[in-house]
Design a protein around this ligand. Structure first.
Ligand SMILES: O=C(CO)COP(=O)(O)O
Length: 253
């Protein structure tokens, strides 16, 4: 059985106080309402990682993620945060290659590969994001586009390194737009991603890799998406900022 994961990417939202009240609500709801075997991940902004992590420490369903990591180990990189720093405050997962970082921060495939290496070397589990813009889907090039993203940033990892990886498929046209991929569109892309991973690594490793869907995933559509054979959970943006909605997404398995 593959791990089921629902991860909340808070992006650049919340103050310290708001972050703590959101995570304590989620923590309580997960304790009270979530019985199944699901890994819940929250990815608050950097300044709140430690306080949020402390609050979720006693709940073995809840795990902590960062939204970004430096490709460098240490040194004169003003404003950057290393994998070792994240590890030292209890972070377990890190989102790498989100389309917003590729677009607004010009992170290219080579940089993302280095970030993957840096994270894995510190024992962090990367949540590697891929996904096509609308014009690639409209031109029917979405499979090739995503295949290249996977190849360019993952194929140079060793099999052992790849064992730590979670993949998230987030079609850019579905992020924050209220327009979600249909369950069929999600399933066919997830199946394709798994095939590509099996070619790069091996079939067993690809079979074990959780592949999450992201892009306007919410309590109304999560159940149908999560019911697909190759959809192993979600990477949730907007709906992860509301404890009720996020918990309802978690309960959609
Ligand atoms: O980008 C996302 C998660 O990383 C998805 O965001 P939304 O759920 O707000 O569309």
């Amino acid at each position: 059985m593959r791990k089921k994961i629902v991860a909340g990417n808070w992006k650049m939202n919340k103050t310290a106080e708001e972050a703590l009240s959101l995570v304590s609500e989620i923590d309580n709801m997960v304790k009270d309402e979530v019985n199944g075997d699901v890994t819940v991940v929250v990815a608050p902004p950097f300044p709140f990682l430690q306080s949020v992590g402390k609050l979720t420490q006693g709940n073995d369903k809840m795990h902590l993620a960062a939204q970004n990591v430096s490709e460098h180990d240490s040194g004169a990189f003003t404003g950057e945060v290393s994998a070792a720093m994240l590890k030292s405050v209890g972070v377990e997962y890190v989102i790498i290659g989100h389309s917003e970082r590729r677009l607004y921060h010009h992170e290219d495939a080579q940089t993302l590969y280095k970030k993957m290496k840096a994270a894995i070397a510190q024992g962090l589990k990367p949540i590697f994001c891929c996904g096509e813009p609308l014009e690639e889907r409209d031109a029917d090039r979405h499979f090739d586009y995503v295949g290249k993203q996977l190849h360019d940033s993952l194929s140079y990892l060793s099999n052992e390194e790849f064992d730590q990886v979670v993949v998230a498929y987030e079609p850019i046209w579905a992020i924050g737009t209220g327009r979600t991929a249909s369950s069929q569109q999600a399933q066919e892309m997830h199946e394709y991603i798994r095939e590509q991973l099996a070619r790069m690594f091996d079939a067993e490793a690809a079979y074990k890799t959780p592949i999450l869907y992201g892009g306007s995933c919410n309590p109304a559509n999560a159940q149908e998406l999560f019911a697909q054979a190759d959809v192993d959970g979600g990477l949730i943006g907007g709906a992860s900022l509301k404890s009720r909605d996020f918990t309802d997404v978690i309960k959609s398995f």
